[in-house]
Design a protein around this ligand. Sequence first.
Ligand code: DOR
Ligand code: ZN
Length: 350
Amino acid sequence: MQNQLTIAMPDDWHLHLRNGEVLTKVLPYTSRHFQRAIVMPNLQPPVITTQDAKNYQAEICAATPAEHKFTPLMVLYLTEGTSAADVKQGFLAGDVAAVKLYPAGATTNSDAGVKDLEKIYPVLAVMEEIGMPFLVHGEVVDSNVDIFDREAVFIDQKLIPIRRQFPNLKIVFEHLTTKDGVDYVRSCDSHTAATITTHHLVINRNAMLVGGIQPHYYCLPVAKRELHRLALREAATSGDHRFFLGTDSAPHLAQFKESACGCAGIFNVANSMAILAQVFEQERQLDNLEKFASINGPEFYNLAVNSGTMVLSRSDTALALPADVKTAAGNIKIFDPQMPVHWQVSAINY
Ligand code: DOR
Ligand code: ZN
């Protein structure tokens, strides 16, 4: 049995960091294991302009522990009023890395998102021209579409038309949760890629619903049935360059998840690399972990692979779950994968 693995330093291509005290508390869990992260813009108020992104980036950099080497890659929150000129200028200046589509009403802080996709076509045309990645929360919001079908319906009703209109637009289908999504991405050329979260490789919808409602397993898009989890595991561990890690780590105070209307999001970044090593070992694909966590993402974003390395080690005894994160307003629970995890990050060499 393999007991040690060395990989290029990973990046997280989909991360929620929030701001204020929560940012300062959760950021070190990311910056100690990831050298870069695509930082989601769904703050209140959202990060809409390049100037907003620069301000937020400065806040993140100020909160990064001095001993960590971490670069936040900034993302603009797309609205029907987004300025194509600002997007272009921000990207060409290196201040923003991507633009994120939240269909209005799809998830946390998405109210300012897009209702009519055709209204944003002029921005997409500019992004296609300059090679700027378009990050998509791929769920329809129609109340008559079952929540478990929202990703598959989005592909047919929204994504296929966008792809047809903009064949060279770089699209990242974020936090893929279905076999339909995996099949769709595989059917596309290399202008389409997808992030996959740590938790969707580990849990199916039973985790959320069996034995009582389990709010700490509720996220959006919701975990689906087992056949979808298996398709995601196959895609993530295959080494296919179109699939890469986006933890979608999304911290919420426990009291807001354990409520009559609990919010969506799983804070998984503290133990993601350990859990991923366990998953890749289970699939007998440990050699592909580096592609998923460290190589495929930078390749899609046209960035160099990190020069630092991470060493992961396996011990015979399973490791304890890290302690909750404490903030003045309450605790943030760490994702419990409900399986023994024998791997841990044992060294980082920048
Ligand atoms: O579960 C989720 N939480 N999904 C999202 O799309 C947003 C995120 C959040 O910001 O909490
Ligand atoms: Zn997210």
